[in-house]
Design a protein around this ligand. Sequence first.
Ligand SMILES: Cc1cc2nc3c(=O)[nH]c(=O)nc-3n(C[C@H](O)[C@H](O)[C@H](O)COP(=O)(O)OP(=O)(O)OC[C@H]3O[C@@H](n4cnc5c(N)ncnc54)[C@H](O)[C@@H]3O)c2cc1C
Length: 336
Amino acid sequence: MKITENHSLKNNNTFGIDVQCSTFACIDSVEELEDFSENILKNEKFYILGGGSNTLFTKNFGGIIIHPEITGIEIVEESSESVVVCAAAGEEWDNLINFCIKNELYGLENLTAIPGLVGSAPVQNIGAYGVEVKDCILKVSGFDFSKKQLSEFSNAECGFSYRNSVFKANTKRDFLITHVFFRLSRKKRFNLSYNALAKTISDRYSEPTLKAISDTVREIRDSKLPDYRILGNCGSFFKNPVVSDGFCAKLLEKHPDLVVFDADGGNKKLSAGHLIEKCGWKGRRVGNAGVYPKQALVLVNYGNASPDEILNLAGMIVSDVRNEFGVELEMEINRV
Ligand SMILES: Cc1cc2nc3c(=O)[nH]c(=O)nc-3n(C[C@H](O)[C@H](O)[C@H](O)COP(=O)(O)OP(=O)(O)OC[C@H]3O[C@@H](n4cnc5c(N)ncnc54)[C@H](O)[C@@H]3O)c2cc1C
């Protein structure tokens, strides 16, 4: 375990926000976490931080930040059809993708190149190109600070929904995920429900492989999204708003070109990026913060943006979308 006091978080969040925390604790093992839990609970507040790619620090953090560095990825159960893989929270998400490619395990390939650590993936039920991680999660294990003990959540108990779970909602923020168990297929099967991915794959490959899908997803993402090492950002800043079928039909009468997808329960999901673009925000810059010119859903830090600059920009966007479409945008990122 490594502990630093008055730690700068600038390199621990992909927005590149320059704030400090009182204590930064890197935890290497479950045993270390159990031993250290009393100390953690003595602090007025604590926050679990992975790669910081879905976290916007709004001010200095006067508490303890726990950064899981527990590593390891292994197959723990095997049959001819499927395997169970156990991945530790501190592994880079892309290490797990590489493990799957190497071992020919199907299911997670569309989630290639999502920044961050394995332990954060269940928190907002990461998703991309028609796949959500919940479809492959068997269970999640970790340390429950309220009960001061290790425990497990089955897939159903995780309460997964669109970019949400019990770990993101306020119900279980005091649960540190140490390991995620995935059920992955040994049988070749791909999800090509996302048009841009399906088209590129069919143009290039008659018999796509796992690596081909993963490489193509990476290439499409690289062409659309800014590299946070160059231009600070947290990916999608807002969730795609889900509205009722009736509300959507009325909206389409006035704005027939809106981008709409089917959502659970007969509802409709609107493209937040398209709504923002229609309000004229794509590519606009306000001070050191701006809207990425190639993808309006991504807010970027052009240099030393303060959290307030980013939040003010977000506020202006929310207000314009509300006035123009009567739709309320909700932030996808975690504000701390
Ligand atoms: C360029 C870019 C592209 C992105 N694309 C996508 C995308 O396609 N799809 C998508 O869903 N997301 C996307 N994201 C968002 C982000 O990468 C994911 O949400 C990722 O899973 C966050 O991982 P992290 O480790 O960086 O999380 P952090 O920001 O460190 O943490 C996120 C949340 O998880 C909690 N948390 C972290 N670790 C643990 C743990 N071990 N136990 C319990 N709680 C924990 C934190 O407290 C926080 O609430 C993108 C971000 C960027 C910068």
